[in-house]
Design a protein around this ligand. Sequence first.
Ligand SMILES: NC(=O)c1ccc[n+]([C@@H]2O[C@H](COP(=O)([O-])OP(=O)(O)OC[C@H]3O[C@@H](n4cnc5c(N)ncnc54)[C@H](OP(=O)(O)O)[C@@H]3O)[C@@H](O)[C@H]2O)c1
Length: 258
Amino acid sequence: MHEALTDLGTDVSELTYLRLGGDLGVVSAEEDLEERLGVLAELREQGLIRRIGLSGASPGDLARAQRVTPIAAVQNRFNLLDRSGVRVLADCEAQDILFVPYFPLAAGRLTGYAELTAPAERLGATPAQIALAWLLRRSPAVVAIPGTTNPGHLRANVAAGPLAAGLTDAEVTRLTALTDESTAALHVRRPVQHRRHLRHRRTLTPHLGRTAGTAACPDMPPPVSPPGPGGGAAGQAGRQATGRREHVRGLMAGVLRG
Ligand SMILES: NC(=O)c1ccc[n+]([C@@H]2O[C@H](COP(=O)([O-])OP(=O)(O)OC[C@H]3O[C@@H](n4cnc5c(N)ncnc54)[C@H](OP(=O)(O)O)[C@@H]3O)[C@@H](O)[C@H]2O)c1
């Protein structure tokens, strides 16, 4: 946790997610979820975390977790082409919990849909911006976190927020109907204890929608720490990571200012 906070350049995480895998159909083993949440609750008591979220939660996971501690946000896969998180989205909406759809742009697969291009042309926007605007209209619980390595896309993604109000109800309905939500479901698989070292790609991810804090994922691989002046390959990797972080912070600050 201390390494994660150092990596984020802060003393306290506004929101830390427990990664579960319930969105991949994995059922958390008996007591496992409760034990892991208990560790996060202790970190919150120590002042290192302000809010606890779940990443990859089934509706059952969310209900179990809420019996242990208040859950501020759930981060699940959800986009125009994949509504597997639809039931947990409904639960979040009902309980005033933030729903943070990951892969909000279907990881770049949203091309060639007339339902996207028609409103994009009408509003002078791009299909990706319409996909984000639709997410914000799909539910008041949604906070979108599109990922990009492209500063132009970052600006466009930030500008997608105000576009949401410009979509007509008919456009929202046509976009929602791209996927049948009534049959979208999670497929249950075997119980697991804990998935470690999930792959992590550094991207620029503005939060669109309601206010959400920074997020640190407790089971991410630890950041590479520079061992000291001139410290070999690990030191170089650490300095590169720090340089990238500073670059991203500067870029985000510029985009959000202007
Ligand atoms: N909780 C979890 O288990 C979990 C899992 C996966 C991801 N996530 C998080 O979800 C967030 C988003 O995930 P993601 O980046 O993999 O998927 P994504 O946001 O759905 O898609 C990113 C892709 O869309 C492209 N893109 C972004 N903005 C665009 C724009 N305005 N126009 C056209 N293309 C655009 C990007 O390419 P360019 O780089 O060229 O812009 C990239 O290929 C990240 O913060 C990630 O950390 C969480």
